[in-house]
Ligand binder design. Structure first.
Ligand code: XMP
Length: 514
């Protein structure tokens, strides 16, 4: 394992992903972890991430020198580089000239471990105020920029390396190559970590954890729960039962996809609960977005727990495990705890004992989203499930501005299906993050169709591009694709006589309208 020491500001996650792209397994540890503890994990190599601090600030994170003396290869990036320089006796000072964004790095030793085979000048991404002016003893300076005399240094004997810039970001054109040079040449690691290994490892771990007991898993139709379920199914087969709650707010074909394609691909035992009527009844007369979300969330838990109870009554008390599709970023963000947590299920349903505890099975805890997709693919799940774009839990319920009714849902389902079909046909699925279609149910506008006046509703197309949904930009879709979607929706969907395009980024707009 390569350990990435996290000095903050989200660089560590990207670095860990890049290391895995180089097919070497990596994990993140906080910079507050004592060095003995880091070394006790027996890392094959250590990477020190960038971070927002200055090594001079009082209270800035520091590192015990012992980390560099354990014989473990270390690669420092940005803040990690400066910390390494300072700790080992080099000079770091406030260069006066801050450097942010794209800069040219001049490689001064083209045959070095990090830079062999990369161009003598390469674009790199900088973000710092301090700079290293003298490398520690024993280090060779291998790169510089106009502003920074020491922008890269290497010590092959001690296997210590560092760069002032961020090799993990896309704008550093040869960053991945430099990182791979560290891993393969500097640290002597081989690129043999694959999602295939993950499946094998997880199957064994799940079998051991669950033993001969039973597990249940809620399927949402999304990628994470589907892949988690498929993995657990592979491990324990008929000891797993999946529950899928159809709240009637799904998109066209979605329930069938779970019922047919997912079951066909995995052979999983599936309990489908048709709860459309119940949800529509609970949502009747409600148009406030937050209220809708609360109602949908509450009903969902009730229905899910009822299904749980039924499964337990049939199967007996040995249902002890709940499968969840928790991903690595969630684990890191919630403090990076290890092992399995116990959760208590909250019960509002009469007759259910209020103290059942489920142990969690979280087979995707080590994985990033793109890795989850690869695992899903390898498990034989169809592309329609594995490559699915994000879809909110409350479904189409929060894409109808106004009250949610069956009739309106049917309209929106049609319009949404047309937009999806055309985007897929145009090969745009991977270019956009998602494209909500929103029905403005309380708005009417005048139109003309055939010879007659119409008075119908608009739908909004909200195509966005994003990396993590925290920020997003509206996607510049080709006009001819927009034209086809618009023509088809207004022709094929009764009562919709206008299609409009949302050209708002996030912020200020959110991706969903409600
Ligand atoms: P917003 O609208 O906040 O959406 O910009 C960000 C991302 O989250 C999805 N989203 C949800 N996903 N339950 C979910 O599982 C929800 O209640 C929910 N609300 C929004 C949204 O589709 C987008 O990808």
């Amino acid at each position: 394992t390569v350990l990435v020491v996290d000095f903050g500001a989200q660089y560590a996650q990207l670095i860990a992903r890049r290391v895995r792209e180089a097919r070497v397994y990596s994990e993140i540890v906080p910079s507050s972890m004592p060095v003995e503890e880091i070394l006790a994990k027996n890392p094959a190599a250590i990477i020190l991430s960038g971070g927002p601090s200055s090594v001079y600030e009082p209270g800035a994170p520091t590192l015990d020198r012992a980390l560099f003396e354990a014989g473990v290869p270390v690669f420092g990036m940005c803040y990690g580089f400066q910390l390494m320089a300072q700790t080992l006796g080099g000079t770091v000072d406030n260069s006066g000239a801050r450097e942010y964004g794209r800069t040219d790095l001049v490689v001064s030793k083209p045959s070095s471990t990090l830079f062999e085979g990369t161009p003598a000048e390469q674009a790199v991404w900088m973000s710092h105020g301090d700079a290293c002016s003298a490398a520690p003893e024993g280090f060779t300076v291998t790169g510089s920029t106009d502003v920074v005399p020491v922008a890269a240094f290497e010590n092959d004997e001690k296997k210590l390396y560092g760069v002032q810039y961020h090799p993990e970001v896309m704008h550093s054109t040869h960053g991945q190559q430099v990182l791979e040079h560290f891993l393969y040449r500097g640290a002597g690691l081989s690129p043999d970590w694959t999602t295939g290994n993950v499946i094998e490892e997880q199957v064994a771990a799940i079998r051991e954890q669950v033993g001969d007991k039973r597990a249940i898993c809620g399927l949402s139709g999304g990628v994470d729960s589907a892949v988690a379920a498929a993995l657990v199914q592979k491990a324990i087969g008929s000891q797993l039962t999946c529950v899928y709650v159809d709240h009637g707010l799904m998109r066209k074909g979605e329930t069938e996809q779970v019922e047919k394609d997912f079951v066909a691909a995995t052979g999983v035992q599936l309990k489908v609960v048709d709860a459309e009527e119940r949800f529509l009844k609970a949502l009747a007369g409600v148009s406030d977005p937050e209220e809708k979300r609360k109602i949908i969330g509450r009903e969902f838990i009730r229905v899910f727990e009822q299904a749980q109870l039924e499964i337990m009554q049939e199967a007996g008390p040995e249902v002890a495990f709940l499968v969840q599709g928790t991903l690595y970023p969630d684990v890191v963000e919630s403090g990076g705890g290890t092992g399995t947590a116990n959760i208590k299920s909250h019960h509002n349903v009469g007759g259910l004992p209020d103290d059942i505890e489920f142990e969690l099975v979280e087979p995707l805890r080590q994985l990033f989203k793109d890795e989850v997709r690869m695992v899903g693919q390898e498990l034989g799940l169809p592309d329609e499930i594995v490559q699915r774009q994000p879809f909110p839990g409350p479904g189409l319920g929060i894409r109808i501005v106004g009250e949610v009714t069956k009739e309106r849902l049917d309209l929106l389902r049609e319009a949404d299906a047309i937009a999806r079909e055309e985007l897929t046909a145009a090969g745009l699925d991977r270019d956009i993050w998602q494209c909500p279609v929103v029905l403005l149910a309380d708005v009417r506008s005048v139109g003309v169709q055939g010879d007659g006046r119409t008075y119908g509703h608009p739908v909004v197309l909200r195509p966005v591009s994003s990396e993590d949904a925290m920020t997003a930009d509206w996607s510049r879709l080709p006009y001819d694709v927009l034209a086809r979607i618009s023509t088809r929706i207004t022709n094929e969907v009764k009562d919709v006589n206008r299609v409009v395009l949302d050209v708002t980024s996030k912020p200020p707009g959110t991706i969903e309208w409600e």
